[in-house]
Ligand binder design. Structure first.
Ligand code: FSO
Ligand code: SF4
Length: 545
């Protein structure tokens, strides 16, 4: 296997025997084969699109299949086998439509005619063979690097487009870009500049995907409002919901109504408490349990109820809670019960059989719900505080958490940030400091949780609104981005920030293994992107002087 798509990558280079995330070599080969077969499907979809033939099933399937290959989503070889077969089926059906419309259904690239063998072993071998790579000498390491950045960005877009699609929001341009770019990956004649342009276009398309996801979430559940979220527990039966998918959480809340079960959020589901259509409508959405994804094995073991994973990040379930955990949507682990039809009865029954929490344990509280509407609602106050010098600087300390050492930089950065600075945060990296009491500046909290990584759109809107209010470009604002990355949604967001021309981003805890020195040079020269310094003190000094 060869996988280097996330920050957890073995030895800082690539996972070649088994994934540090728990992905087996078998699943890695099947994921590679799936991406390969999606390229063939996309070749057909592009040609069909040129002839005015749209196939929404192909579009939906492509984003779901790509999202499945994102880090910590699906570890189940059987599910990948099914996806690969389905991809070939959809492609052949699309070819038939092409023929009927008088089009040419012949393609030079083998991915457009690949038919999976009957046995999974054959597929695994084929996956290993077609994806035997790095460095692919026919295109060179730098082109390979930017092509991979773009592929990982596409996976991030696919995640956002899938979430939005589940809530009924679609944009044909997003699907067209994904198909066009996957199809372009079958070509050998595109050079570095072509791929750099496609990578930035990927950032632009991701902005649109995040925009429709924002519309989907706020349209379905209202704009988040600031709310205190208990970190303690309530006496009674319990279900823990993790991942990012609000629709799954809503379904669980609806199906547990009146059953005497309290629902807790875990990880990236914390911001759900801010949505009136979830928290206010379902009072049994009680509080938040646990911290970031990489602590789940210990935290899930101690949870006395059922656990539902709606999306990434899933880790190998321990035997101690294997019977209590359920996956749904695109998430999968071999042998773990999967809820594929939106009926959460098995998880609810499990929660009712389990002891739940024996007594009330109030615990601390954190604030959630500072998405764009809430922050921009007090924009006048914020602008006034900046003009009067009460707020010196904003830091966006956001991104993903991870299992490797070195991430306490972000905790210390937030602790050390001077009292006249405001920290905006989002995604699961915040669990390193989300319960810190940083106080406020004239009633404006110093720590503002904008939401999930999926809410990076909200952060961008806040930055754009501030730049308009101060009549300066975003790069001239007293705002610095100090980001942590882990998986491919972070790649997509980073490309969006570069597309928007945002400069001087600090990125850590380590730089992606898929960026070659030459490509890094280009990013440094054009965007001023840099690794975080060895200490937060050094970066704070460099930023604030
Ligand atoms: Fe985290 Fe995982 Fe939200 Fe990622 S839970 S690491 S960027 O999947 O998506 O922030
Ligand atoms: Fe390794 Fe990350 Fe790939 Fe998992 S997703 S195999 S940890 S690089």
């Amino acid at each position: 296997m060869f996988c280097y798509q996330c920050e957890q990558v073995s030895g800082g280079k690539a996972c070649t025997r088994a994934g540090a995330c728990g992905k087996s070599a078998e699943v890695a080969a099947l994921q590679d084969l799936l991406v390969y077969s999606l390229k063939g499907l996309s070749l057909c979809a592009v040609r069909a699109g040129e002839m005015g033939i749209q196939d929404p099933d192909v579009d939906t399937f492509t984003v779901k299949a790509l999202f499945s290959t994102l880090t910590n989503v699906d570890f189940d070889p059987e599910r990948f086998e099914h996806l690969i077969r389905k991809s070939a089926e959809l492609r052949e059906a699309l070819k038939e439509k092409l023929r009927k419309a008088g089009g040419d259904a012949a393609f030079a690239h083998e991915s457009a005619s690949y038919m999976p063998g009957a046995a999974r072993e054959e597929m695994v071998k084929h996956g290993q063979a077609v994806c035997e790579r790095v460095p692919d000498s026919s295109i060179g390491p730098d082109v390979q690097s930017v092509q991979d950045i773009t592929l990982f960005g596409l996976k991030g877009i696919a995640a956002y487009a899938d979430h939005a699609g589940i809530l009924g929001r679609r944009d044909e341009k997003i699907y067209a870009f994904i198909h066009g770019t996957l199809a372009a990956m079958t070509r050998k004649d595109l050079g570095l500049n072509d791929w750099l342009a496609l990578a930035l276009k990927c950032g632009e398309t991701n902005l649109r995907a995040m925009e429709i996801l924002d519309e989907a979430n706020t349209g379905s559940y209202g704009h988040p409002v600031p709310v205190p979220v208990p970190l303690g527990q309530k006496k009674g039966k319990a279900i823990l919901v993790s991942g990012h998918d609000l629709k799954d959480l809503e379904e669980i809340l609806r199906q547990t109504e009146g059953k005497g079960i309290y629902v807790y959020t875990h990880g990236e589901m914390l911001p759900a408490h801010g949505y009136p259509g979830l928290k206010q409508k379902y009072p049994h959405l009680y509080g938040h349990y646990g911290t970031a994804w990489q602590n789940q094995q210990k935290e899930f073991e101690a949870f006395p109820g059922a656990i539902v994973m709606t999306t990434n990040c899933l880790q190998k379930p321990r035997d101690s809670y294997r019977e209590n955990i359920f996956t749904c949507g695109l998430v999968g682990w071999p042998g773990v019960r999967h809820i594929g039809d939106g009926d959460f009865t098995p998880a609810i029954e499990k929660a009712l059989q389990m002891p739940g929490f024996a007594q009330d344990a109030p615990g601390a509280e954190v604030m959630a719900g500072f998405a764009r509407n809430a922050v921009l609602g007090v924009a006048d106050k914020v602008i006034d505080a900046v003009k009067k010098g009460k707020i010196r600087h904003f830091f966006l300390v956001g991104g993903c958490d991870g299992a490797k050492a070195g991430r306490d930089y972000y905790t210390r950065f937030v602790e050390l940030a001077p009292k006249d600075t405001v920290i905006l945060t989002l995604a699961c990296g915040k669990f390193r400091f989300f319960d810190k009491k940083l106080g406020d500046i004239g009633g404006i909290p110093r720590l503002l949780d904008i939401g999930q990584c999926n809410d990076a759109y909200s952060a961008i809107q806040i930055a754009l609104a501030l730049s308009k209010a101060f009549n300066v470009g975003v790069n001239e604002l007293p705002l610095s981005l100090v980001l942590s990355w882990y998986e491919q949604k972070a790649v997509a967001i980073l490309l969006t920030l570069l597309y928007l021309g945002i400069k001087d981003i600090r990125l850590g805890p380590s730089l992606p293994a898929f960026i070659t020195p030459n490509v890094l040079d280009l990013l440094v020269k054009n965007f001023g992107i840099r690794p975080i310094a060895a200490t937060p003190e050094a970066d704070l000094k460099a930023i604030l002087g």
